[in-house]
Structures are given as C-alpha cells and as structure tokens.
Write a protein that binds this ligand. Structure first.
Ligand code: TXA
Ligand code: MG
Length: 340
C-alpha cells in the first residue's frame, strides 16, 4: 500500500488544530482526534452521538512513551506489546493523571493500542512528531456497524469538510474487519487479566504469551460500549439462524411473501434461492471477519424485512465474530416471530 505523504501531513495538521480525521486501521476505520485536547475529544462524541461516559481508545506510535498515558506498564502488558504490537490488541491500563478524563469517559483507566495499518502508522509518526496520541473510536454513529472502507465512513458522516469530519484518509478495505481484542490489565492484583472484547487475537494466544487465560468480564469490569446489546447493528433487523434450520426458514419467508437477505458461509447455500439478496462469506474466521461488516452494510442497503445470517461455527477462533453477530442479531427470535 502506498502512503500519500502529503495527505498524511495535511491530516496531522488538521488533528493538531483540533479537527476530526477518519483514519484506516487494520481492524476498522477510526474517527480520530488529538487525545490531549478535550474539545477535540468532545467533538468525537458529538459526531458519533455517543454517550460521554464511554471511553475511547488512544492510538500511539510504535515507540511511543507509554508513561505519557499510563502510570503502570505491568509485565503482562510488556509481553503482550512485544508479541502483538503493532496489531489489533488494545490494553486497558491505569490512566496517567495528565490524560484528560474525557478520553477515558471519566474512568481511571486508559485504552491504548498501536495499530498496524501503514497509513495509521504514518499518521502517528507525523502527528505531534510521533509523541501524540490519537483518540479514535470506530468511525460510525453510535450503535451502527463499524466502517471497513473510506466510503463507509463517508456514508456515516457525509463528505469530508462538509460534515463533522475534516478529512478521511483512504487505506483500502481494512484487513482484519472486526474491532481489536481488548484486554484489561488495570486490575491485575484483584482480578487478573480480563478479556473485555474478543477479536482476531484470541484468548488462547494471549494466554500463550502471559501464561494464564484471561477471565471473562465481571460486573465491575471497565465499561466497553461494544459490549452493549444492540451494538454493531444495521437498520434492517438481523436474525442468526442455525445452518440446519436455514432452508426451512427461507422457504417460510418466501411463501409468506417476506423479502429477505442472506449472509451465508457454508457452500451448500450458495446455489439455493438464486434470486435472493445474498452474500457469501469465506468459511475461515479471518476471511469471514474481513467481509462481515461490508456484507451487513450491503445487505442493509437492499431494504429487505430481515437479514438472515447463517450461524458460523462456534469454535474459539470464531469468538470475536460470534460476539459481534450476537449483538447485531440481539432479537433474532423476536424478529422472525413477527414476520412469520
Ligand atoms: O479496533 C479498534 O479497537 C477500533 C479501531 C479504530 O482502533 N476502535 C474501536 O473503538 O473499536 P470503539 O470506541 O468503537 O471501541 C472501543 C472500546 C469501547 O467499547 C470502549 O468502551 C473501550 O474500547 N474502551 C476504551 N477505553 C477504555 C477504558 N479506559 N476502559 C474500558 N474500556 C475502554
Ligand atoms: Mg465502535
């Protein structure tokens, strides 16, 4: 991927002026602002329609001085940084006192991530001479599906310079396709490492590096907005259906005259219902995650009554995908009941 250095420099200056810049990362596009500027951070919340008590991840350059952001980099964090940065892993650590509380949604922790995308890296090197942090949640309106192309960002917020976003850096289709794995290391003494959001980097891979399996979130765990039900959802209702029930469900919908779309991943549905609005995703977790959000957006644009999603495999490698699908399809049974 060639990086447009003039566009990067312009975007860095806009960020330094407190403007919002959308940037590609390897997971999804982020809506970026200067993390040390509370007004710029407030503009992210306003643009997204996001409640102000939801913390935002701060993106840092590869060799950033983490003591600007956190009071403590425990051994586990060091090990994970060495193993997975730059990459799709966010660490939750104790927040340094000089970091604006607004970035952390008022919490005493901070989410840090070093993204692998060459455009994000180039921007982080250029912004504040590589010493700054770019606060960036996914570049979508609150609750919507995260964007995986520059066009998705424009679909959410309008053209750059016209809407709330001053510039959109185009980095192609995000490779990973679902948001970073989030691991909480801010309460190691009392709770150990906690997996707040599953992603491409699995709990097992984390365990291999730090020597223990991260726990699942407890009620006192730091809040993660992506962990709300009804997150990552298109406007068309989504229903997750087991492979074994899919043919019967489609037949029922068809005979009731209900328009529907299908996102499938097993080959046997590829040829059936040929006239349908349909996307087929690869049956491997990396390929599936890469195409998932674009497929949901594309099927949403067909304005059917429901988007059926064939339930993918339930193995650990699919945990991040199943987490996002469960939230997109938060009322599967209710949706189908209403239609049939
Ligand atoms: O892959 C990603 O992580 C993407 C790209 C742009 O980097 N970003 C992303 O941001 O997904 P967002 O804001 O949509 O989700 C970030 C999640 C939120 O659920 C937020 O609650 C959590 O990270 N988070 C951020 N800082 C936190 C903190 N201090 N404590 C607990 N959770 C935190
Ligand atoms: Mg998000």
């Amino acid at each position: 991927m060639t990086v447009d250095t003039a566009a990067i420099a312009r975007a860095a200056r806009l960020l330094e002026q407190g403007k919002l810049v959308a940037l590609p990362t390897e997971t999804v596009y982020g809506l970026g602002a200067d993390a040390s500027n509370p007004d710029a951070v407030a503009a992210i919340f306003a643009a997204k329609g996001r409640p102000s008590n939801h913390p935002v991840i701060v993106h840092v350059a590869r060799d950033a001085d983490l003591s600007c952001w956190t009071t403590q980099v425990p051994r586990e964090a060091r090990l994970l940084i060495d193993a997975f940065w730059p990459g799709p892993l966010t660490l939750i650590l104790p927040r340094a006192p000089q970091v604006p509380a607004a970035v952390a949604g008022g919490q005493d922790t901070i989410g840090l991530r070093c993204p692998a995308h060459p455009v994000a890296q180039a921007l982080l090197r250029e912004f504040q001479q590589g010493q700054g942090g770019i606060a960036a949640p996914s570049a979508n309106r609150f609750g919507h599906v995260s964007p995986t192309t520059a066009q998705h960002v424009i679909d959410e917020f309008g053209a750059p310079g016209v809407g709330p976003v001053a510039a959109v850096l185009d980095g192609g289709h995000c490779e990973v396709g679902i948001e970073s794995t989030i691991i909480d290391l801010s309460r190691l003494d009392t709770h150990g490492p906690v997996l707040l959001r599953p992603g491409q980097i699995s709990a097992a891979q984390i365990a291999e590096v730090i020597g223990r399996m991260p726990a699942l979130p407890d009620v006192a765990a730091p809040r993660v907005s992506g962990s709300l039900d009804a997150h990552y959802a298109p406007s068309t209702p989504v229903a997750l259906v087991d492979s074994s029930a899919l043919t019967a469900t489609m037949q029922q919908l068809q005979s009731s005259g209900v328009k529907f779309a299908l996102i499938s991943c097993s080959e046997k549905f590829a040829e059936k219902f040929a006239t349908l609005h349909r996307m087929h995703l690869p049956a491997d977790p990396d390929g599936y995650a890469h195409g998932l959000y674009a497929s949901l957006r594309e099927m949403d644009a067909r304005h059917t009554a429901v988007i059926l999603v064939e339930r993918p495999p339930q193995q650990p490698a699919w945990q991040g995908i199943n987490d996002r699908l469960r939230r997109a399809a938060f009322d599967s049974a209710g949706v189908l009941d209403k239609l049939l």
